[in-house]
Design a binder for this molecule. Structure first.
Ligand code: PHB
Length: 386
């Protein structure tokens, strides 16, 4: 049978909608078990909350999120998952990444495979420099910390001891605090770095107490460590000795703050997100989160970043008509903007890192629960480290 050129062309055109109807696949890598299990679960709930409000289809394609557990922090496992998601599942996007070492390991795969990689938490500044295919929708520790250093010095705190987790985000946080705090007239009397896994805070707390600073500045990865630190802080009488605790919002993370109880009351922290943030976007987010999160507990900054990360993916997919070309996707992510539940956010076109408001907050008790209540803000903060 002779087939005319027109017939071939129309066959090819007819094939297009079929191609577009392939699922849009997102390979989501995070820890869902082990010491940082809640990181993956919070992000998963953020993703589901977004899909609950915005549907599971974009640009004619059904959205399929494939979850992979690193059980980590285990960079090699994260890398293996990424390879498998790219090669076998043929994902359109890589996403997730609670912990810096895992994000760093996967950035290499993003470059090799040319896959847009949406970082939904991991917060060491250098991550976005590791691949042109990385965009970050969460935060950097330098971005969170620098405003707190400035605020502390301006508010009568002059001598500070720093204590941070001894890995990328902790070191960035220590560096940023020293820089902004000393620039505003403060003095860092000494610094401690604690192990990422299983830190024992008692000896460190004693050392800090003996040095008699006005405050201790703390960064610890969100979760159990902050609870253990604040418990020790109270038990060892640092508060009674007149020492204040100031921290990044990771320590008084919404997900664990009720477990800290009165130990956290009055504490000053800096962060881009509080569940107590008063806006229609946050209200809608929290309602959807509640419906999808089961017994997980309160939404935190990781859930919000995942929710916004999905918004970025949906926007890019819509603009590309469902055909995800990595370079075109990255071009669209540069300068992308949104009114997030945390406030206005955008992606810096030069660094592919997030620009956002950083809030100074105080822990207060409301209706029997503890919240980070925002009282001052630093708008449009870029990552100061790059
Ligand atoms: C990170 O590993 O980059 C990280 C983990 C937990 C946080 C912040 C940063 O709360």
């Amino acid at each position: 049978m002779r087939v005319s050129r027109w017939a071939v062309l129309s066959l090819a055109v007819a094939a297009l909608p079929a191609l577009a109807a392939e699922p849009l696949k997102i390979g989501m890598i995070a820890s869902f078990s082990g010491p940082f299990a809640d990181y993956g679960k919070e992000m998963e709930a953020g993703i589901k909350a977004f899909m609950k409000l915005n549907g599971d289809k974009v640009a004619g394609r059904k959205v399929e999120v494939i979850f992979r557990d690193t059980t980590g922090p285990l960079p090699d496992v994260a890398k293996r998952h990424a390879q498998e998601l790219v090669v076998r599942e043929k994902v359109d996007f890589l996403a997730g990444f609670g912990l810096t070492p895992e994000a760093l390991a996967v950035a290499e795969i993003a470059t090799q495979a040319k896959k847009p990689m949406i970082v939904m938490n991991a917060a060491t500044s250098v991550i976005t420099a590791k691949s042109p295919y990385v965009a970050r929708v969460s935060m950097t520790l330098a971005q969170e910390t620098a405003p707190l250093g400035t605020w502390a010095a301006r508010n009568g705190i002059k001598r500070v001891y720093t204590l941070v987790a001894d890995y990328g985000p902790g070191i960035d946080s220590e560096t940023a605090f020293k820089k902004s705090f000393t620039a505003a007239g403060g003095q860092v009397v000494d610094s401690i770095r604690t192990p990422l896994r299983g830190p024992e805070f008692a000896p460190f707390l004693q050392r800090i107490k003996d040095a008699r600073p006005e405050a201790v500045f703390v960064f610890l990865p969100a979760g159990e460590q902050g609870i253990a630190f604040m418990k020790g802080f109270v038990e060892r009488g640092l508060g009674e000795a007149g020492i204040k605790a100031i921290a990044t919002g990771d320590v008084t993370d919404d997900h664990v703050i009720d477990a800290m109880g009165d130990a956290a009351l009055g504490m000053i922290t800096s962060s881009h997100y509080s569940a107590a943030h008063d806006s229609p976007e946050n209200k809608a987010f929290l309602e959807a989160y509640r419906e999808v999160s089961g017994t997980l507990g309160r939404a935190n900054f990781m859930a919000v970043a995942a929710y916004d990360g999905m918004a970025a993916i949906y926007d890019v997919a819509t603009k590309l008509g469902g055909n995800i070309d990595a370079d075109k996707a990255m071009a669209l992510l540069k300068g992308w903007k949104r009114q997030s539940p945390r406030g206005p956010i955008s992606i810096d076109p030069d660094t592919r890192d997030i620009v956002q408001t950083v809030y100074i907050r105080r822990v207060e008790k409301r209706d029997g629960h503890y919240y980070n209540v925002e009282f001052e803000q630093f708008p449009a903060v870029k990552d100061p480290a790059r």
